[in-house]
Design a protein around this ligand. Sequence first.
Ligand code: HEC
Length: 192
Amino acid sequence: MNIRLTSIALASVIAGAAALAHTGATGVVLERMEGMKAMGDAVQAVAPMMRGELEYDGDALRRAAETIEAHSGSTMTDLFPEGSNGDPSEARDLIWEEWDRFAALAEQMQVAARGLALAADNGLAHEQGGMSTGTMMGGGSMMGGNVSGMMGGGMMSGMTAADIGAMPADAAFAMASQVCSACHTRFRAEDE
Ligand code: HEC
């Protein structure tokens, strides 16, 4: 099997989307679930392209990035008023205990999505001249080194949308997916 740059982060996002907890949700909980679902759909729509299974389409990627951007940042955090969890919500209490950290991830999501929209014109790493596929995609060195290092430690620490926008589209996509995963891992109680 071809292990590609995005596969690890994507697996968790797509698995999450498969187990939607919509049922019975109302008000702000339903609203944020729908926002998340729209982001999940956007990610899934472009994932095959990122894996090289569909022809690359920069416009489609940009649209997906714009959908993600529209549902992140304060648009996202406004939908998490304190204490708005409990069945059927999967939001953990930790969100309000660590609000700054949660809000920072929602902000990073927006920055990453903006960067992804910019990166849409760059094409996939292996299609870029002079950039070695081995380095970018091969052993997942980007994932194992830079990306997860940044996410694990200081997150995207200091990266701007322009920085991400300079990356190959699939690297930027991996970056954005990592933000989804980072927030879910900490703040969302996923069905096992
Ligand atoms: C800042 C935190 C944060 C970020 C960033 C984030 N999510 Fe979420 N996501 C959550 C939380 C919390 C829930 C659970 C909400 C609830 O059940 O009340 C959730 C739920 C979901 C759901 C399930 C919705 C449902 O109907 O139950 C999907 C799908 C999802 N997220 C996809 C994504 C995708 C795709 C991204 C990235 C593009 C993303 N999320 C980014 C925090 C985040």
